[in-house]
Design a protein. Structure first.
Length: 148
């Protein structure tokens, strides 16, 4: 490995672990921000492309992720992937979500109704310009986040 590459990788690692939260596509730990109660309406997230999701309160694991706010809930979608954060939320539904500099304590619940998934899908396509992967609710991991 070239010395420049090694230096770059060690710098990225140092930034990742000193920041707490996720860095680009690398997961992080506990989120830092101003705590706030869950809002009654998540419409303000319409112009926020990426948020940070923290799962596994015992050993915080955070990722950058797209999210869609609809009324009193905000949704995160993993497609058919059983990502680490999906497994964490299935083990413990308590999560934290950071939108810009504000952190919300929330509870995750997997969406099981196709009708709700279809409403999410339409809002997702409107926000991000393409429909989510895996349009069948039985094959996808879609979670509704709401107040604890």
């Amino acid at each position: 490995m070239h010395a420049k590459t090694a230096l770059l990788l060690s710098s990225i690692a140092a930034l990742t672990f000193s920041c707490g939260g996720p860095f680009l596509v690398l997961p992080g730990g506990a989120l830092n921000g101003t705590p706030a109660a869950a809002p009654g309406n998540w419409a303000f997230t319409r112009d926020v492309s990426t948020v940070q999701l923290e799962s596994n309160p015992a050993d915080p694991y955070s990722v950058n992720i797209w999210a869609v706010g609809m009324d009193a809930a905000i949704y995160v979608h993993a497609g058919a992937s059983r990502s680490t954060w999906v497994e964490n939320m299935e083990a413990d539904a308590n999560v934290r979500l950071q939108v810009e500099s504000t952190v919300y304590d929330l509870r995750a619940e997997r969406v099981e109704a196709q009708e709700e998934f279809d409403r999410f899908s339409a809002a997702y396509e409107e926000k991000y310009g393409s429909p989510p992967r895996n349009p069948n609710v039985d094959e996808a991991y879609l979670f509704r986040l709401g107040p604890r």
